[in-house]
Ligand binder design. Structure first.
Ligand SMILES: NC(=O)c1ccc[n+]([C@@H]2O[C@H](COP(=O)([O-])OP(=O)(O)OC[C@H]3O[C@@H](n4cnc5c(N)ncnc54)[C@H](O)[C@@H]3O)[C@@H](O)[C@H]2O)c1
Length: 407
């Protein structure tokens, strides 16, 4: 047994500060009772709970305990992005009013980033703003989306195309919720956490590597530590950047090519395509290779990227379904265009000059990167497919192969 595993036990509270907003984040293991106790302290006439059918079915105990203690109206919907629509938002707002919502009511999301984003918009719109509480049940929501004020739904012409910034009153989670997550969903949040460690808090890398090496990532005490490390890293860059348009842009590390890879694979394989976290992990490898080619990252620092990515079970290669030319076409439309001076041959990109040291243009953690540099790095990742066995960490599983994870 390795004593270097990072662990946190018990029930914790952190204050999250984003610009002028601040709110508490309570988390722990086996703490559903404490969560319900805290909700009873809100002095509310009605909890409008926004969830999806999967979470409702898997975590009935939480819903039973809530309805037993507080007037509660549950709004549920089949899981997935189909919930982040104007139609669902409109339906849920009407249903909340019909159920008796008032200005004292509290909108509570229970679930992943999808119910969280929908609930955030509902809270901002109901009576021009009622209280919002998030109870995240995915690692992506707990370690990423609830640490942002961004709330949005999708429109036929764009993901997250309609939204607002809205501050929650509080966040509560029990890391035991993550025990029911499929491996790919569990991995998504952990890849975002790894991104934060590589790009913002390299001090979190040694304990993360120890937890990966010992296969302990599903231990509740380790998950509590990973959550705390994510809170620390994300808060460090959003504290002075409410709208994530300045220092917070470093959170886009790996996302420029990662999003493009994700989209291309989903076009090819639909729901069987790479998960969000796996795609972002590949995007980080692309970014690492570009930095390495510029002489900014050492061989060891690139190896650290590979060790973390493969340790989280992501094969470090482009899936056979994804062509470099297609990725480059999608990358050219990246939403960070406009942050730097327009240039048809380059894109604003988050690159590292060292672990935890984003390269900057003025105050922005972005630099122009030529499409030829991106192509060269993608070619390296593409060629990795033949070398996959050489770089895969011991014990990690291949997403493409569908082998069960051991954690
Ligand atoms: N800044 C932000 O606001 C921000 C940041 C990151 C992501 N997001 C948004 O979050 C969404 C992605 O988040 P997500 O991955 O949590 O999506 P999600 O809410 O769709 O959850 C993913 C899947 O996991 C299931 N699930 C949830 N909790 C579970 C549990 N404990 N056990 C088993 N299954 C469970 C859900 O039913 C769903 O099928 C996207 O819409 C993205 O745009 C927003």
């Amino acid at each position: 047994m390795n004593s270097t595993w990072p662990k946190r036990t018990g029930w914790h509270s952190r204050t999250i500060r984003i610009g002028d907003s601040s709110f508490p984040y309570f988390f722990g293991a086996d703490c559903v009772g404490e969560i319900v106790d805290r909700l009873t302290e809100l002095d509310t006439d009605l909890l409008i709970v926004v969830t999806d059918d999967t979470v409702r079915a898997l975590h009935g105990e939480l819903f039973d305990r809530l309805t037993a203690r507080l007037p509660t109206h549950v709004l549920t919907h089949p899981a997935g992005e189909g919930m982040k629509t104007l139609a669902c938002l409109s339906h849920h707002l009407d249903a909340a009013v019909i159920a008796g919502a008032t200005r004292r009511s509290v909108v509570v999301s229970v679930g992943g980033g999808v119910p969280g984003n929908l609930a955030g918009l509902m809270a901002g719109l109901l009576f021009r703003g009622v209280r919002l509480v998030h109870i995240p049940t995915t690692t992506i929501a707990a370690m990423d989306s609830v640490l942002s004020l961004k709330q949005a739904i999708n429109t036929p012409v764009g993901k997250n195309g309609v939204g607002m910034y809205y501050t929650p009153t509080a966040i509560f989670t029990d890391v035991r919720f993550f025990a029911t997550l499929p491996a790919r969903e569990l991995r998504s949040g952990l890849c975002e956490m790894a991104k934060n460690a590589l790009a913002i808090r390299p001090a979190a890398l040694p304990p993360l590597r120890a937890a990966i090496a010992d296969g302990e990532l599903s231990d509740p005490a380790v998950l509590s530590w990973l959550l705390e490390a994510s809170i620390d890293a994300k808060s460090a860059v959003t504290r002075e950047d409410t709208y994530e348009r300045g220092s917070g842009l470093v959170l886009e590390y790996g996302h420029t090519t990662g999003h493009a890879i994700e989209l291309c694979d989903h076009r090819a394989r639909g729901g069987d395509g790479l998960g969000h976290g796996a795609a972002i992990a590949l995007g980080m490898l692309v970014a690492a290779h570009i930095s390495h080619a510029r002489g900014w990252l050492s061989d060891d620092e690139v190896s650290t990227h590979y060790e973390v990515v493969t340790g989280l079970g992501v094969p470090p290669s482009l899936p056979g379904t994804v062509r470099v030319a297609d990725v480059l076409r999608v990358v050219a439309d990246d939403n960070k265009k406009g942050y730097l001076a327009p240039d048809p041959d380059s894109l604003p990109f988050v690159l590292l000059r060292g672990l935890g040291e984003p390269a900057r243009t003025g105050d922005l953690p972005l630099v122009p990167v030529a499409l030829t540099e991106i192509r060269a790095a993608l070619d390296v990742i593409s060629a990795n497919s033949t070398a996959r066995q050489l770089v895969r960490a011991p014990g990690s599983q291949n997403e493409a192969g569908g082998a069960p994870w051991t954690w």
